[in-house]
Design a binder for this molecule. Structure first.
Ligand SMILES: Nc1ncnc2c1ncn2[C@@H]1O[C@H](COP(=O)(O)OP(=O)(O)OP(=O)(O)O)[C@@H](O)[C@H]1O
Length: 297
């Protein structure tokens, strides 16, 4: 059975406020799924419901094709928004303790924790109490806590917040490795550039509703507005007169155009080549930030 996590029609109210409105999406096995949305969009509420920390008022969470239960959830790795490690306890000791709570034998728990601390650049701080670590290093320790018991799925609330670029790369590397072993990874973030760089799948939520979800590149292509960039040798102003072409912007030899139909593409290219060299001719694919702005309105 494919280890796939599915959120199906989840709704949740807080008093009169509908925080989640029939939220559905899939976190496929072996892929990094970025969960993005503005403040109060519903990311944390969704993640809490997946982990059973909060009850849903409608819908269900499915794991490997069946309704999720406490046993399955125990095998998940969760990094909650309210970070939950003990400030006064040694870093390695508490990670081993948490891994053992999840059922790992002592040797395996110690080995996993040592590997993770090494991988996350914390090996030298292993014996120190958590509170003596910088906030970024505490964050790395939180991630280690979510990973130490060899989880079958990962649900991480803002794992990159407050990390410097080096730490972002360390954490991203660890998540990629986990995903490569077939683990579904869901992580929320406000850093759109980071999500664009890291994730394979995207889920965009706004006002408690899913506005877009799926493969990152497919989404980008689906939101392309039929625009093409063309770069020629000299001023491209002649494009104004070409039938089937609407000029969106013009900057000397660079122009962005919208074509009336697919056959206009070849006509445009031919007309441009008749006038001289064509240095670029390519569809304009929107960035994640542009898609996010468009669908979140
Ligand atoms: N315990 C609660 N009691 C009342 N309202 C809540 C509670 N938890 C969440 N909400 C409301 O539900 C909505 C969704 O909040 P949630 O924390 O899930 O958003 P988020 O996308 O994680 O936001 P952020 O990026 O700011 O963390 C918000 O309107 C929030 O005020």
């Amino acid at each position: 059975m494919t280890p796939e996590l599915r959120i199906e029609g989840i709704s949740r109210r807080f008093g009169e406020r509908l925080a989640l409105d029939e939220v559905s999406f899939t976190v496929p096995a072996g892929r990094l799924t970025g969960f993005i949305g503005g403040n109060g969009a519903g990311k944390t509420t969704t993640m809490r419901i997946v982990l059973g920390v909060l009850a849903a008022h409608g819908g269900r969470v499915r794991w490997q094709g069946a309704d999720i239960d406490a046993l399955a959830r125990r095998r998940f790795g969760y990094m909650p928004e309210e970070r939950g490690l003990y400030p006064k306890m040694g870093v390695a000791d508490q990670l081993v303790y948490l891994a053992r709570l999840h059922g790992l034998d002592p040797a395996r728990a110690r080995r996993n924790v040592a590997d993770l601390l090494e991988r996350l650049g914390l090996a030298a701080r292993a014996k120190e109490p958590l509170e003596k670590l910088s906030l970024g290093n505490q964050q790395r320790a939180q991630l280690a806590a979510a990973l130490a018991h060899d989880p079958v799925a990962l649900v991480l609330d803002e794992p990159f917040s407050g990390l410097d670029p080096g730490a972002v790369d360390d954490v991203a590397g660890v998540l990629r490795e986990r995903a490569a072993t077939g683990v579904p990874v869901l992580f929320s973030s406000h850093q759109l550039d980071l999500v664009e760089r890291l994730c394979d799948q995207l889920v965009i939520i706004a006002g408690g509703q899913i506005r877009a979800s799926g493969d990152r590149e497919q989404l980008r292509r689906a939101h392309a507005a039929d625009q093409h960039l063309i770069v020629v040798d000299e001023d491209a102003g002649w494009l104004r007169e070409l039938p089937g072409v609407r000029l969106v912007s013009l900057d000397g030899p660079r122009a962005v155009v919208v074509l009336s139909d697919p056959s206009a593409t070849q006509k445009l290219l031919r007309a441009a080549l008749d006038r001289g060299p064509v240095h670029q001719f390519t569809p304009v694919i929107p960035t994640l930030t542009e898609i996010f702005r468009k669908v979140s309105q």
